[in-house]
Design a protein around this ligand. Structure first.
Ligand code: PGA
Length: 235
């Protein structure tokens, strides 16, 4: 089964309107899907700027409820309303900073689907889990708890210790985990599984060439068009 390659950027809490000239500088390819997950404040503007292109826009989180008394939160439908087509759920920074649980991530992912968004569901082990040899067990348990019953969804495997640290998992470790994730998914062959964690122009080609790696979720290196273009080019 051939799955399309997806290179997704995650700007995290970075960027303002002035940074959206990024989109003029993006060099896309017809054989690679490109998604940029922006701070909520930039989604509407970015969606307008990219409306005539194949570039997809996403959010970084959504609430599980469709509406209500949740001050400061955004529903998936609100993101869709301003042009998002995807949303990241369960990023390790949200699991750590906001105490998000697998159950909560599943609820958010289902809410995203209900609003017509594709959730990019993040899983990954800590350094301690990996050193103890529990990484596969931990990640498959996160998957079992975080996934909606049905697609569409995308999985991003992001070892927590590799995010923003400049450390990247070894190719054999990425391959092992991606194969384990695919085997654990009921609709595994159809699902795009991205790798994330210090993906840079210098290591992207090696990572993206691995079997079962269908793309990358890129943090720091997605903030500049030059480095993001280099990653897209190496896919
Ligand atoms: P990084 O972030 O590329 O800066 O390590 C990846 C992510 O957190 O999605």
């Amino acid at each position: 089964m051939s799955r399309r390659v997806l290179i997704a950027g995650n700007w995290k809490m970075n960027g303002s309107s002035a940074d959206l000239d990024f989109f003029q500088a993006l060099e896309c390819r017809t054989d690679v899907d490109v998604l940029v997950c922006l701070p909520a404040t930039l989604i509407a503007k970015a969606a307008t700027l990219t409306a005539q292109s194949e570039i997809k826009i996403g959010g970084q989180d959504c609430h599980a409820a469709p509406k209500g008394a949740h001050t400061g939160d955004l529903s998936a439908a609100m993101l869709a309303d301003v042009g998002a087509q995807y949303v990241i759920t369960g990023h390790s920074e949200r699991r750590a900073d906001h105490g998000e649980t697998d159950d909560g991530v599943r609820a958010k992912s289902e809410a995203a689907q209900a609003a017509g968004l594709v959730p990019v569901i993040c899983v990954g082990e800590s350094q301690d889990d990996r050193e103890a040899g529990r990484h596969i067990e931990i990640v498959t348990a996160q998957l079992a708890g975080s996934l909606p019953a049905e697609g569409p969804f995308i999985i991003a495997y992001e070892p927590v210790w590799a995010i923003g640290t400049g450390l990247t998992a070894r190719a054999e470790d990425i391959a092992e985990m991606h194969a384990a994730i695919r085997a654990a998914l009921p609709i595994g062959e159809a699902v795009q599984i991205l790798y994330g964690g210090s993906v840079k122009p210098k290591n992207a080609a090696e990572i993206l060439a691995l079997e079962d790696v269908d793309g990358a979720l890129v943090g720091g290196a997605s903030l500049e068009a030059e480095s993001f273009n280099a990653i897209i080019a190496s896919a």
